[in-house]
Design a binder for this molecule. Structure first.
Ligand SMILES: CC(C)(COP(=O)(O)OP(=O)(O)OC[C@H]1O[C@@H](n2cnc3c(N)ncnc32)[C@H](O)[C@@H]1OP(=O)(O)O)[C@@H](O)C(=O)NCCC(=O)NCCS
Length: 139
């Protein structure tokens, strides 16, 4: 992801999430060295994106999304695999994430990518208020 992608990524993010990221959040993701981010592009259109934040040997998967009409074609897996490759090059050892407990598709996706649930964070999310499952993958 680069500065030039932000407007398109913001538009996609707003279509997908009830509490979308701000422009400032994405500005940080492309400019601060501890973030790594990628977009998936088809026919010159951004159809997916991922952002991770690494501190020493562990990282957080802050956001991953694929446009609804492009799902179930392997793009989410590809984005996450490429992101993990980058993290491994940076000697990252663990990747953590939070996910809404009702997000069955994402839970299946993350389980399939080798994440395991380690904790629950009560009422972590807004709109609607909901618990988060904390998951981790050893890299
Ligand atoms: C989660 C998400 C990123 C997956 O992206 P995707 O490109 O559709 O996923 P892939 O096609 O790469 O699928 C990889 C695996 O995930 C699982 N999966 C994906 N969609 C699924 C669905 N609808 N039902 C069940 N499992 C599913 C499967 O195990 C799949 O492997 P398979 O194709 O061998 O069966 C996408 O559904 C999305 O953007 N959801 C909305 C945003 C979101 O919830 N993000 C995560 C929380 S931040």
């Amino acid at each position: 992801m680069t500065e030039a992608d932000i407007a398109e990524v913001l538009e996609l993010d707003r279509k997908i999430f009830s509490t979308p990221w701000s422009e400032d959040n994405f500005e940080s993701a492309v400019s601060l060295s501890y973030y790594s981010s990628m977009v998936a592009v088809e026919n010159n259109e951004i159809c997916g994106f991922v952002v991770c934040r690494q501190l020493f040997e562990s990282a957080d998967l802050d956001i991953i999304a694929v446009a609804s009409e492009q799902r179930k074609k392997g793009l989410g897996r590809l984005l996450l695999e490429k992101e993990i490759e980058l993290l491994c090059e940076n000697e990252c050892e663990k990747l953590f994430l939070e996910v809404r407990e009702s997000n069955e598709v994402a839970l299946k996706f993350y389980e399939g990518m080798g994440f395991t649930q380690i904790d629950v964070r009560k009422d972590y999310y807004d709109k609607p208020v909901e618990n988060a499952f904390i998951m981790v993958k050893e890299l």
